[in-house]
Design a protein around this ligand. Structure first.
Ligand code: BTN
Length: 325
């Protein structure tokens, strides 16, 4: 473990730690502690507080990712679906990492989580704001004998199970905006980025990436260009490691089921959280824009829209959906 990570692990409890104790813990001289604190706080964007004569503490305690705690919350079936669990203090993007690993032959069921992403990616080439220790950045690799084209519906399947996990954790009023934005009170709580590669007739592999705002402060999310919220606002009461474990279990189960039965078992589950059904909406297709009433989703996951010309279906990837309500 590098020194900055070891230091943040020590301070994560939010308690005061004397310079002497920190020096001892890190094997540093007393004089080098101040420099190490500055380095760690700058690298991870964390605010440290010095209390004269007493020591140092993190301004906000953190529940860091912990393999033991995470595995403890997974039952045997869920563990059986995970090939390997990786916890990274920082990484460019857990999705980019798993796409690289997949190309090198990594097994189905590889899971990567990070405390921070330096180049977190959202849909449509956007940045995903990924500060240290306060959110979840989680990716899972799954391999299929299927053609990449058969994996189009997986994004809805995954959206439905993430909504279920958050609701079960006590978040009231979780909603899905097609294809897979997770909203609470019309603000973005989480997003999914699914990436697929493979041979045109199969096999193929899928990387599912979930970014979930858990306890991010307003200042940390100030560059986000849309209304957003964090899980702590929703009434959910669950620790970061326990939630990560529940999500990993649900994703593994959903990805396996999708391979056997496709989207069919998830359509009703998705519809249960549909945020905009029955509402007037606008679809943006590049330069074009179509208005109509959101009529739910079809069995293949397409968005159904009642327009002046009748009911039309749109596939995810080609359009962006806006509420007019
Ligand atoms: C969206 O735009 O709504 C999708 C956001 C997906 C973000 C997650 S965070 C973990 C994984 N790694 C990434 O770089 N992106 C996804």
């Amino acid at each position: 473990m590098d020194r900055s990570v070891a230091l943040i692990r020590l301070l994560a409890d939010g308690e005061l730690h004397s310079g002497e104790a920190i020096a001892r813990h890190l094997g540093l001289t007393r004089a080098a502690v101040w420099k190490a604190l500055g380095k760690a706080s700058e690298r991870f964007g964390l605010e440290l507080e010095a209390v004269r004569g007493q020591g140092y503490r993190l301004r906000q305690p953190l529940e860091l990712l912990d393999e033991g705690a995470l595995l403890e919350s997974l039952d045997a079936a869920a563990r059986g679906r995970i090939a390997r669990l990786e916890l990274h203090p920082e990484i460019d993007s857990t999705n980019s990492h798993l796409m690289r690993e997949a190309a090198r032959g990594a097994p189905s069921g590889l899971v990567a989580l990070a405390e921070r992403q330096s180049a977190g990616r959202g849909r449509r080439g956007r940045e995903w704001v990924s500060p240290f220790g306060v959110n979840l950045y989680l990716s899972m690799l799954w391999r299929y004998p299927l053609a990449p084209a058969a994996l189009g519906g997986a994004s809805l399947a995954v959206g439905a199970v993430v909504a279920e996990v958050l609701s079960a954790a006590g978040a009231e009023g979780i909603a899905l905006k097609w294809p897979n934005d997770l909203l609470w009170r019309r603000r973005k709580l989480a997003g999914l980025l699914l990436e697929v590669a493979g041979e045109s007739q199969g096999p193929s592999h899928l990387v599912v990436g979930l970014g979930l705002n858990l306890d991010m402060a307003q200042a940390q999310g100030k560059t986000i260009d849309q209304p957003w919220c964090a899980l702590t606002e929703t009434g959910a009461r669950i620790g970061r490691n326990a939630l990560a474990a529940h999500l990993i279990a649900a994703l593994g189960e959903a990805l396996e089921l999708y391979g056997r039965r496709g989207l069919e078992p998830f359509v009703e589950r998705w519809a249960h959280f549909d945020a905009l059904r029955g509402e007037p909406v606008r679809l943006l297709l590049g330069e074009r824009c179509i208005e109509g009433v959101h009529a739910g989703i079809a069995s293949d996951g397409a968005l159904l829209l009642d327009t002046a010309e009748g009911r039309r279906a749109f596939q995810a990837g080609e359009v962006s959906l806006r509420s007019l309500g």
